[in-house]
Design a protein around this ligand. Sequence first.
Ligand SMILES: Cc1cc2nc3c(=O)[nH]c(=O)nc-3n(C[C@H](O)[C@H](O)[C@H](O)COP(=O)(O)OP(=O)(O)OC[C@H]3O[C@@H](n4cnc5c(N)ncnc54)[C@H](O)[C@@H]3O)c2cc1C
Ligand SMILES: NC(=O)c1ccc[n+]([C@@H]2O[C@H](COP(=O)([O-])OP(=O)(O)OC[C@H]3O[C@@H](n4cnc5c(N)ncnc54)[C@H](O)[C@@H]3O)[C@@H](O)[C@H]2O)c1
Length: 488
Amino acid sequence: MSQQHTSPHPGGGAEADVDVDVVVIGGGPAGEIAVARAVRGGLTAALVESRLAGGECAYYACVPSKALLRPMESVDEARRVRGVAAALTGSVDVPAVLARRDETIYHLDDSKQVAWVESLPAVMVRGFGRLRGPRLVEAVRPDGTGTELRARHAVILATGTEPALPSIPGLAEANPWTNREATTFTKAPRRLAVIGAGPVACEMAQALHFLGAEETTILVRGHRLLARTEPFAGELLLEEMRRKGIDVRFGRQPVRVDRADADGPVTLHLDDGGTLEVDELLVATGRRSAVDGLGLDTVGLEPTGPLRVGPDMRVEGVAGDWLYAVGDVNGLDLLTHMGKYQARLCGDVIAARAAGRPDDLPGLREIADGLGAPQVVFTDPQVCCVGRTEEAARAEGFDVRVVEYDLAQVTGAYLQADGYRGRAKAVVDERRRVLLGVTFVGPGVADLLHSATIAVVGEVPMERLWHAVPVFPAVSEIWLHLLEEYGL
Ligand SMILES: Cc1cc2nc3c(=O)[nH]c(=O)nc-3n(C[C@H](O)[C@H](O)[C@H](O)COP(=O)(O)OP(=O)(O)OC[C@H]3O[C@@H](n4cnc5c(N)ncnc54)[C@H](O)[C@@H]3O)c2cc1C
Ligand SMILES: NC(=O)c1ccc[n+]([C@@H]2O[C@H](COP(=O)([O-])OP(=O)(O)OC[C@H]3O[C@@H](n4cnc5c(N)ncnc54)[C@H](O)[C@@H]3O)[C@@H](O)[C@H]2O)c1
């Protein structure tokens, strides 16, 4: 069977099962958008996915984690308004929360997603994709049968990441939870230990604690939560973790893990000589690029990730103009929206090159990754940042000035919650008088971040920003206070 989706391959050669302009390996958010964008650019495309179209994000990461955090957020919101808190009697209906979570992940059924890909139109191929040489891909199904795909113009790798487990004796054998189990569980363990202090550890510890993990302990190797953010973010988050009754231990690590029975308790032997017994252990110590078995060696690349890319998402170290990598697998910014952004850019660059159009237009230049990607960690309080932290800006040699403001002093914030706790910080490049980075920490600030992203990416001069009048009494009035603190 041959699906010719273009005129025959100009280089000739044996006919492949699928012959298209662009082949994408990995159907997560980045891969799907790369396909869609290539098709929009007038090209034909095929998507190879080994598990579920929609990727980690749709089934085991962003979507279920936020579905599990939203109930906690709703209760916290009500709890913080005097007179309303009393209405919160009774307990959380956990099965209903989990049923809602299951709906958001389509009960792990990707047929809607596949239908969307096919409607683009694009060819959807099930199987594990691997490179067999320049512009040649093989998709292998679990029964060993395969489909050969030839790409007339480009192959895009969008295979994402896998959890990276630290090498602690007994850890792998103890069957620890990763993001997969933590987002799709049917019953929260009563006693939970979490290793890590990044977004996964912080978000999932709070969600699981709220949904039944009464005794939740976070073991932090270093001395901060969310160490890549401004220090006050981790401090405010720690304060709320402890108020909720989550035990956060800094500078503490397991040196050995024991689990005699697969369904039994897990014993963590800690580096201070103590032990901790829990019902489940969640490991959230970062990710590694999913490149195993991808056939990188067939095109002269080291078979380990992340795949280094240039500003046009082309993989460095490969001759010719045909191999690209978008999303988590390139290690630039492990965030869905950044992977999708890279995918739009990559699809457009490939379409431009295929049509012989200029491929260096302003819209086809990577700028957002370099400026600092926006991120919201959906904990209580929410931690939202874009651009550089003060430390990063100083390290890069900018002429930095910093302004900070207590969000609790903003009318919109204290109307939202009694005892509002939050803070904002702006990092200014004094030479150009533009923002390099902004951080907001507090309940309900997630959607405020995009205003900061526009200011940072748009490099809006502070004097011009002053004319963007924020609404009273909304939390966004924080902008006025930051600008006044700056002296405007
Ligand atoms: C718990 C958790 C919560 C998160 N929350 C957020 C959030 O709120 N916001 C946010 O922006 N980011 C969040 N992230 C990060 C986000 O999930 C990733 O940045 C995003 O999924 C990356 O998309 P991707 O398309 O690059 O890869 P993935 O989503 O990992 O998709 C890769 C796909 O490729 C497939 N694949 C891999 N190898 C092959 C192969 N050889 N052949 C065929 N198919 C293959 C996989 O099956 C998978 O479907 C979260 C991550 C975790 C773990
Ligand atoms: N809301 C969001 O935007 C969101 C939510 C979840 C995840 N993500 C993204 O997904 C990616 C993965 O998140 P993550 O939290 O798993 O990774 P991470 O890299 O952000 O954090 C890993 C944490 O584990 C710790 N760690 C690493 N190795 C360790 C070891 N050997 N022993 C003990 N601790 C160790 C690190 O110090 C760090 O605290 C990140 O890039 C993150 O930004 C985003």
